[in-house]
Write a protein that binds this ligand. Structure first.
Ligand code: MIG
Length: 808
């Protein structure tokens, strides 16, 4: 029982509490539980029954503020039932029990069944030191850790340690740390398939150590700033991803063209060169949607200018490319040239509006980057973000489709720190925060997020009914709400190709569903023909698919290594375009659920964790249905084992059904092993050369009989917000099989969007013979293909509920 006197002696305080009758209550209900001990004040609250938030500070609580979690979410809490047992305070939600020892402040979180979610390490679990802090949690023997975005190293973070400090790491190695982004979110999972999430909402230089320095502890902390972390209770990996998406938001649906093939180079130097690339893409019949302009399209590397000698008329170039169903994305770095009295508007107007980051003495901070001396917008001020957004007006008018925010760590040349001095002054004007100055030490890791937020918000205003596409290099937790990302300056090597899978998978788990790497590698020796071909094959199944390479390297577009390689590369790029209805459906699903597009096998099949991630570590899934299994050592001709979550998976290319939960693959340069989940139903479309082109013919619905047999058809106009007003098309399809045969049932369609297709071509995989079939009561005739093991039915467009029945 919790008595008043007890509260005084142990220093337990209940604030904002809702006391039941004081004498009767065995338990009281509070919104936030606060406890003081040894000069530390700690607060525990539950944003939701399955999420616990812990905040702490010395003598007082830190400011309740965040760039990642909206103030709306932070003020919404679910009450905690407070009781006491054996000197330990218990706080209960409908799903969890938090035990707090008021004498030590040790915190243990368990679920209702007593299963430990996360527990403080024995001994001192919270230490304040030299302006910062560290927290120690127990690390069970069978726990594996994921997340933190695109950190290097194996998929599983266990026994490694990482620093979060956004850094321009040109030519990073496969073990380099830190990199460009700070995503302090961890998904932990034990071998029984239980998962939990840990998100430390702190923008300062911070670290996570998964048993590297202390064998049995997960230690994390920061150099400064608040102790403010969330524990998500799962119970399975998908639930953790959803809980993190609840807190930090989801990536808004991108325009469909952003999922097409993108060709980039640092830099296409002239209008003529860009037209040449466009012409070649079309002449070689390489389906594609985007060409990028890197920094050299600008006048003297000055953001928001155009080198008129090289690009005399950007608007006409953009318009002409659009006639070829291609779009332009241009780079717009945030380092504004410090060019007084030269008629350079971004500088003049920015100085006038006083929106640049400052030195401690109040003068604008100047650092050297691409334009030479440069000044930096103070994106934590709404006024600076609005000003930044307006800079896009001319490019939007010119018909530029998307924008690329590079260098926003922020990167500075010629200084050992590669960034601004830590005492550079930013200004915070944001709900939740007191209006105040803040140092670069505090703002550094969130600067890239705020850069992309300003870009995204600006584009929303300039083109209110078009979905923005922004690509950023640096970001922080929650940055997925504003921009897609890529892994920065990787190297053309097999080791980097392998690394990219774990980087993209961990980015997806950390909220960034839209991620890609530089296909073929950015730096280093040019890729061999085989390396580039393999990279394109794998990239075809990654969320963002961009071929990009550095200055001075040999050309790296798909056509550079002759006909034989071109043909293989084209086949994979084409396959991506055929799969576009599925891929786009995954993007739409992500915008509602936060489920990543590209994901580890254990996200869908936690049971594979019983062996750690060893067997599936180099594999990944695209949505629920496709499993891609690249060779771990891509340069080796040796056969390798593919591990599948169970028997019955289908080979995507041959249609053959596997009897075992895996297979052996002998590497062949024209084959990337891809497998289909038994029970998958997904849509494919006739080949197009761009997402802009309307496919001709039926929508193919591929049905792979098995357990949990279902899939969705999703479509909208691909660019506008019409889908949010009901102008979309969604139709669920299920299948079931029993001794009597197979039924494929179509739910009635939702939404008003009119499809392009003329009918459904239903392709049943794993077929062994022709079968009599009925669509509702009408007999329909199928086409049996004994080689592909398919039975195909050409049906009319089915917008209302319908059932296709195949007799045994
Ligand atoms: O200091 O804009 O990561 O993709 O091509 C290099 C030139 C600046 C780094 C990016 C890279 C881009 C390059 N940029």
């Amino acid at each position: 029982m919790l008595r008043f006197g007890h509260r005084i002696t142990t220093g337990v305080l209940l604030v904002a509490g809702l006391w039941l009758a004081a004498d009767a209550a065995l338990a009281a209900s509070v919104e936030r539980y606060v406890v003081d001990h040894a000069g530390i004040r700690m607060e525990i609250s539950a944003p939701r029954a399955d999420i616990i938030r812990v905040r702490a500070g010395q003598t007082s609580l830190p400011e309740d503020a965040s760039w990642a979690v909206s103030s709306d979410l932070r003020t919404r809490v679910t009450p905690l039932e407070v009781s006491e047992a054996g000197g330990v305070v218990e706080l209960r939600t409908a799903a969890l029990v938090v035990r707090v020892d008021p004498q030590t402040l040790a915190v243990t979180i368990t679920d209702k069944n007593g299963h430990t979610v996360l527990a403080d390490a024995k001994g001192t679990a919270l230490i304040f030191e030299s302006g910062g802090f560290r927290l120690c949690k127990q690390m069970p023997d069978d726990a594996h850790y994921f997340g933190l975005g695109d950190k290097t190293g194996p998929l599983d973070r266990r026994e490694q340690a990482f620093t979060l400090w956004n850094t321009d790491q040109y030519g990073f190695g496969t073990g380099t740390d830190p990199l460009y982004k700070a995503l302090p979110f961890v998904l932990g999972a034990t071998e029984d398939g239980h998962a939990f999430g840990l998100f430390m909402d702190n923008t300062w230089r911070s670290f996570f150590d998964f048993g590297k320095s202390e064998r049995t502890s997960l230690v994390f902390g920061a150099e400064g700033g608040p102790i403010d972390y969330y524990v998500m209770a799962g119970p399975d990996p998908k639930a953790v991803v959803a809980q993190y998406a609840y807190l930090t938001g989801k990536a808004p649906l991108v325009p469909q063209w952003a999922l097409g093939f993108q060709q980039s180079k640092y830099s296409y130097m002239t209008d003529a060169e860009v037209r040449g690339v466009a012409g070649r893409l079309r002449a070689d019949r390489l389906p594609s949607d985007v060409i990028y302009l890197d920094i050299d399209y600008q006048d003297r590397n000055r953001p928001f200018t155009v080198n008129k000698a090289a690009f005399p008329d950007l608007a006409t170039l953009a318009a002409d490319l659009r006639k070829q169903d291609l779009r332009l994305i241009v780079i717009t770095d945030m380092h504004v040239a410090s060019a007084p009295n030269q008629g350079y508007m971004p500088y003049d107007s920015g100085i006038k509006a006083d929106i640049f980051v400052k030195n401690p003495d109040g003068t604008p901070f100047v650092g050297t980057v691409w334009p030479g001396p440069a000044v930096f917008p103070d994106f934590s001020r709404p006024k600076a973000r609005d000003w930044w957004g307006e800079q896009y007006a001319a490019f939007v008018k010119d018909g530029i489709s998307g924008f690329w925010n590079d260098m926003d760590e922020p990167a500075i040349f010629n200084v050992r720190s590669k960034t601004m001095p830590l005492d550079t002054v930013h200004r915070i004007e944001e709900p939740g925060f007191a209006p105040r100055n803040a140092s670069q030490a505090e703002m550094h890791n969130v600067y890239g997020l705020l850069n992309s937020r300003a870009t995204y918000d600006g584009l929303r205003k300039l083109r209110p009914d078009e979905r923005p596409f922004v690509l950023t290099r640096a970001s922080y937790a929650g940055g997925q709400r504003y921009a897609a990302t890529w892994t920065g300056d990787n190297t053309s090597s097999w080791a980097h190709l392998r690394l990219s899978t774990s980087q993209l998978v961990n980015l997806g788990l950390s909220g960034f569903a839209y991620s890609g790497d530089d296909i073929g590698g950015f730096t280093g020796e040019p890729p061999s023909p085989d390396l580039l071909t393999r990279w394109i094959e794998i990239g075809a199944f990654n969320p963002i698919f961009r071929d990009h390479f550095g200055k001075g390297k040999a050309a790296q577009e798909p056509w550079v290594h002759g006909e034989e390689h071109l043909n293989i590369r084209r086949r994979y790029i084409e396959e991506r375009y055929r799969l576009m209805p599925y891929l786009y459906g995954l993007a739409e699903d992500n915008s509602r659920t936060g489920m990543p597009i590209m994901r580890p096998v254990f996200l869908n099949f936690p049971e594979v964790l019983k062996d750690g991630v060893g067997a599936t570590q180099d594999e990944f899934m695209l949505g629920d249905d496709l499993l891609i299994a690249p060779a771990p050592l891509g340069e080796s001709p040796a056969p390798y084992g593919v591990s599948l979550p169970g028997p019955g998976w289908y080979d995507y290319w041959t249609g053959a059904q596997l009897t075992e939960a895996g297979s052996m693959e002998t590497p062949r340069i024209d084959r990337l092993p891809v497998f289909v989940r038994p029970g998958a139903i997904f849509a494919k479309q006739p080949l197009v050369q761009s997402t802009e082109e309307t496919p001709k013919g039926p929508l193919e619905l591929h049905v792979y009989p098995g357990a949990d047999c279902q899939g969705d058809i999703y479509l909208d106009d691909g660019v506008s917000y019409g889908y949010q007003r009901g102008d979309y098309l969604r139709q669920a399809v299920h299948c079931s099989s029993d001794g009597n045969g197979l039924t494929v049932s179509f739910d009635a369609r939702q939404g008003t969007y009119k499809p392009w297709w003329t009918g459904y071509s239903v392709i049943i995989h794993g077929a062994t013979a022709d079968r009599a079939a009925k669509l509702d009561r009408k007999t329909v005739k199928g086409r049996y293909d004994a080689t592909a093991h398919t039975l195909t039915f050409d049906l009319p467009d089915l917008s209302r509920a319908a059932v296709l029945t195949l007799n045994q």
